[in-house]
Design a protein around this ligand. Structure first.
Ligand code: AMP
Length: 282
């Protein structure tokens, strides 16, 4: 596995592979890797085959964190991540510094004005501007044929797909299923922040998804009614504080008034300062 830290070197390598018609599959991450990330690497390998190149990136992108958020405390363990990537068959690990990605005087940002406004975008108003900017930069540096994202961040995948379509990036986005712990908690680098009591109660997210799925199994239910039922379920956990629960069309992200099978649920729940998200198709 090659480790690349400069933008120029990564772009040069990518161009060499392009010239030889070697497809590049790309998995962008913020590191502190878990099985969810590694499932994306496996998917990228399946997509480009053994003769293709799998590139993963590790970069904790400062522009997607608000000043009040956990940028400086975001978990990092590069030595462990390198080993995991090597074992998972990553060909090139791109690990740029802040100076490489945002040199002094940096001033260009990408903003999506529709899908990014609700849910994560409403709770974290500058978040998607940072995500889209860094993902667009990474696409231009890594030059992938295909990039793999996790369903865990459902809205993020939708917003990135929209950017790729709207800005004509010549690549394909593939979205891979959420990998979960055995008790249902979606894997996340942020799970590390949870106290034992919070960790135990954090299963309430996936339980809420199951509750909603069951509720609409036979007939549609009003979104207001279902939201208040999910809120009540979550309020029974003393460590949990609901940020939002949303029901929406999985393609347009338009809120549903009557929630039916096939709609999407997404929710965000705070445990102390730790904010966890999850989502599912009902
Ligand atoms: P992150 O490092 O949290 O920015 O995530 C990097 C990529 O991994 C994103 O595309 C995420 O959606 C994806 N991802 C994170 N957690 C999971 C999970 N539990 N299962 C599948 N993909 C995930």
């Amino acid at each position: 596995m090659r480790i690349v830290t400069s933008v120029a070197a990564m772009q040069r390598l990518a161009k060499e592979f392009k010239a030889k018609n070697v497809p590049i599959g790309f998995v962008p991450t913020m590191g502190y890797l878990h099985e969810g990330h590694l499932s994306l690497v496996k998917r990228a390998r399946d997509l480009v085959g053994n003769t293709g190149q799998v590139v993963a990136s590790i970069y904790v992108n400062p522009t997607q964190f608000a000043p009040t958020e956990d940028l400086s405390k975001y978990p990092r363990d590069l030595a462990r991540d390198k080993k995991l990537c090597r074992d998972a068959g990553v060909d090139i690990l791109f690990v740029p510094s802040d100076k490489e990605m945002y040199p002094a005087g940096y001033s260009t940002y990408i903003v999506e004005e529709s899908l990014s406004k609700t849910m994560e975008g409403a709770s974290r108003p500058t978040h998607f501007r940072g995500v889209m900017t860094i993902v667009a930069k990474l696409f231009n540096i890594v030059l992938p044929e295909v990039a793999v994202f996790g369903q865990k961040d459902f809205q993020q995948a939708a917003v990135i797909q929209k950017m790729v379509t709207d800005l004509n990036f010549p690549l394909r986005i593939v979205v891979a299923p959420t990998v979960r712990e055995s008790d249902g908690l979606a894997m996340s680098s942020r799970n590390k922040y949870l106290s034992p009591a919070q960790r135990e109660q954090a299963t309430i997210l996936s339980q809420s998804l199951r509750y909603a799925r069951k509720a609409v199994l036979k007939h549609p239910v009003s979104a207001a009614q279902l939201k208040s039922e999910v809120a009540k379920l979550i309020s029974e956990k003393n460590e949990a504080r609901l940020d939002y629960v949303a029901f929406f069309d999985p393609k347009t992200l338009k809120p549903a008034e009557q929630v039916k099978r096939g709609d999407q649920i997404a929710l965000a729940v705070f445990f102390g300062k730790t904010r966890l998200i999850d989502n599912a198709k009902l």
